[in-house]
Write a protein that binds this ligand. Structure first.
Ligand SMILES: Nc1ncnc2c1ncn2[C@@H]1O[C@H](COP(=O)(O)OP(=O)(O)OP(=O)(O)O)[C@@H](O)[C@H]1O
Length: 523
C-alpha cells in the first residue's frame, strides 16, 4: 500500500523542516558535540504540540549525521525492562551496520536512540520505566532524544529530565508556512486547488502540519481538485492546553473569560487546578488586598469541591470552576505582573517522590495485618511504630517477621531504616531460611540417593506442589505460601502432628529441626 502523504512528504533532512530554524540549529550543535565525544548533557528533549515536526526532526538529524536510529514509540511495549533491553543497550554498546557487521563508535557507528511520546510513558503498563529513563539520560554512550507533547508531565516524574537534558521547544509553524507546504504537495501530486481552500485547511489545522496534510489528502482523494466549498466541511479542531496556559490566562493576562475557556481545554481534575492556584497565588499577588481576595475565592472553590466529594452532588462543580478560574483574575486589582516561571505544586511533587515508599509501607502493613488478624490500615495507623521499634532493636523479631509475615528484603529494610542489602536484613533472611531449607529443589538428588539406600526400587510418586499452597503461621493463620517459605511449610506438619505426604516421601524427608525460633506470641 502506498504511503499516506504525511509519510511520503516527511522531511528527509533538517533543512526540509518548516519553521523552527533555531531548534534545528541547536539540534545540529548538540549532534556535532557527540561526534567529538559524549557531551555533558547526553539527552535532548524535543517538546511541542502534536504534528509540528518533532519526530521528523529527530529522524532527519540522524540521517544528516549518518547515524543509525533505534526508535521506541507508544505502540511498543515500554516497561522498564523493555526500555533497558532496547534503548539502554543500544545506547551503551557499539553498533551493527545494516548487514549485521560490528561497527565501533570510532568508525562512525553512532546510533540515535529516540523515545517518542515519552510523557505518556509512565502509566501502569510502563511500570519501572522511570529509573531506566534516568539512567539513559545520565549514562548513555550514544545520543538520546526524548520526544514529548507535555514537558511538565515528564519533568514532574524526574528531576534529571529538568536538569540533565538539553530542552528544545518546537513552535507551531505559521499559517503561511503550512500553506506553502500544502501548495508544494499539491504541485507534486498534480492537485488543482483553490488558494482559498489552502488557507482554510491551514487555518483549521492550527499549526498541526500533519493534520493539514491529512485534511488535504482526504479532500483531494479521488477528485484531483479541491474547491473552497470542499474545504468548508472541515470543522475546528479541539486543541488541549496545559496548566501553564491556564496559569497565564489567570495571573498574567488576568482575563476572567479567557481563564474560563482555557480551563475547559485543560485536561486536569479540579483538585489539581486548585493546587496550582494555591501554589502560585502568593507569588502572583502584589498587594495584600489581592492576596486576601484570591485566597477567599480559592477557599470558596475548595468548599464546593469538598461538598461534591461528600454528597456526590456534581451540580456544585460549576461554582468551584468559576471561583477558581474567572474568580481569581477578577480579584486581582493590581496591574503588576510577575515575570518568574509558574511554580509546580509542591504537594504533587512530594507525593510523586514518596510514591514508592508509600506503596512499600502499604504492602508491609498488609502483611503484618494478615499475620495478626488486623487490617493493613489499622497497622499503619496504630501499630506501625511498635513493629518498627521492635524490629530495630530485636534481631529475633526480624527473623520472625521474615519467616512468618513473609516480608521481602526491601520491606524489612524499609521497616528498620536500612538498605535491603544491609547486614541486618541479610542476617534476618539467612536465619529465617537456612541454606539447605531455602532451596529444596537442590536437595532432590540427595533424596533419591536416600531412597536407594533404603532399598526403595519402585517409583515413588512425587508430592505435587499446590500452586497456591497455604502455610500455617505461628499465630495459627494461613498465608499464601511463596516458594521461599520452605521452613514454614514444615511447620504445617509440626503443628498438626500429621504427615500428609505419602509414606515414602515421609521417610525420605529429614526430621524437622527442633523449633528454636520464636513466634509472634513469644515477643
Ligand atoms: N515542521 C515540519 N516540516 C515539514 N513537515 C512537517 C513538519 N511538521 C510535521 N510535518 C509533517 O507531518 C508529519 C508528522 O510530523 P511528526 O511526526 O514529525 O510530528 P510530531 O511533532 O512528532 O508529532 P507527534 O508529537 O504527534 O509525534 C510528517 O510526516 C510531515 O509530513
Amino acid at each position: 500500500m502506498a504511503d499516506d502523504w504525511t509519510e511520503k512528504y516527511r522531511p528527509q533532512s533538517l533543512n526540509d523542516i518548516v519553521g523552527n530554524p533555531s531548534a534545528a540549529a541547536t539540534m545540529r550543535q548538540w549532534a556535532e558535540q557527540w561526534n567529538r565525544g559524549a557531551p555533558p548533557k547526553r539527552a535532548l528533549v524535543l517538546m511541542g504540540t502534536p504534528g509540528i515536526g518533532k519526530t521528523s526532526s529527530a529522524e532527519a538529524l540522524a540521517r544528516d549525521m549518518g547515524w543509525g536510529i533505534v526508535e521506541m514509540n507508544a505502540s511498543d511495549q515500554r516497561t522498564g525492562e523493555a526500555i533497558r533491553n532496547v534503548a539502554l543497550r543500544a545506547s551503551y554498546f557499539n553498533t551493527f551496520d545494516d548487514d549485521g557487521n560490528f561497527m565501533s563508535v570510532k568508525d562512525g557507528g553512532m546510533k540515535l536512540v529516540v523515545l517518542d511520546e515519552a510523557d505518556s510513558l509512565f502509566g501502569n503498563a510502563d511500570r519501572g520505566a522511570m529509573p531506566v529513563i534516568n539512567e539513559l539520560i545520565k549514562c548513555a554512550r550514544q545520543p538520546v532524544i526524548l520526544i514529548v507533547n507535555d514537558f511538565y508531565e515528564l519533568s514532574r516524574k524526574s528531576s534529571a529530565v529538568k536538569t540533565e537534558t538539553v530542552q528544545i521547544s518546537f513552535r507551531k509553524p505559521t499559517a503561511s508556512a503550512v500553506q506553502n507546504v500544502l501548495a508544494k504537495i499539491c504541485r507534486a501530486e498534480g492537485v488543482d486547488i483553490d488558494p482559498l481552500a489552502i488557507s482554510k485547511i491551514a487555518e483549521n489545522a492550527n499549526g498541526d502540519l500533519r493534520a493539514a496534510i491529512r485534511d488535504l489528502e482526504s479532500l483531494a482523494y479521488g477528485y484531483g481538485s479541491v474547491t473552497s466549498e470542499d474545504a468548508s466541511v472541515l470543522t475546528g479542531r479541539v486543541v488541549r492546553k496545559d496548566m501553564y496556559a491556564l496559569m497565564d490566562a489567570v495571573f498574567r493576562k488576568k482575563d476572567p473569560q479567557l481563564a474560563f475557556h482555557t480551563y475547559n481545554e485543560v485536561d486536569e481534575d479540579p483538585g489539581t487546578v486548585a493546587l496550582w492556584m494555591e501554589e502560585n497565588i502568593p507569588y502572583e499577588c502584589h498587594s495584600t488586598g489581592d492576596l486576601v481576595r484570591c485566597c477567599e475565592r480559592l477557599s470558596r472553590a475548595d468548599v464546593y469541591l469538598g461538598r461534591i466529594m461528600k454528597r456526590q452532588n456534581y451540580g456544585f462543580m460549576s461554582y468551584a470552576r468559576d471561583m477558581m478560574t474567572s474568580g481569581i483574575p477578577e480579584a486581582l486589582h493590581s496591574k503588576k505582573v510577575t515575570c518568574d516561571r509558574f511554580r509546580f505544586p509542591q504537594y504533587l511533587m512530594k507525593m510523586s517522590r514518596s510514591k514508592s515508599s508509600r506503596s512499600l509501607r502499604r504492602s508491609l502493613c498488609q502483611k503484618l495485618g494478615y499475620l495478626t488478624h488486623n487490617s493493613g490500615s489499622r497497622i499503619q495507623n496504630d501499630c506501625y511504630d511498635f513493629y518498627r521499634t521492635m524490629a530495630m532493636s530485636d534481631p529475633e523479631f526480624r527473623v520472625m517477621l521474615v519467616r512468618d509475615a513473609g516480608l521481602e528484603p526491601e520491606e524489612l529494610g524499609f521497616l528498620i531504616d536500612q538498605k535491603m542489602d544491609s547486614k541486618q536484613v541479610k542476617q534476618a533472611f539467612e536465619e529465617a531460611f537456612p541454606k539447605e531449607e531455602k532451596e529444596p529443589k537442590k536437595t532432590s538428588p540427595r533424596k533419591k540417593a536416600s531412597k536407594k539406600e533404603q532399598g526403595l526400587d519402585f517409583a515413588v510418586p512425587e508430592k505435587k506442589e499446590e500452586p497456591a499452597a497455604k502455610t500455617q503461621t505461628s499465630v495459627g493463620k494461613t498465608v499464601p505460601d511463596p516458594e521461599v517459605r520452605g521452613p514454614s511449610e514444615k511447620a504445617v506438619t509440626d503443628d498438626k502432628g500429621s504427615m500428609k505426604a505419602d509414606d515414602a516421601s515421609a521417610k525420605t524427608t529429614p526430621a524437622p529441626p527442633k523449633k528454636t525460633q520464636k513466634s509472634l506470641f513469644d515477643f
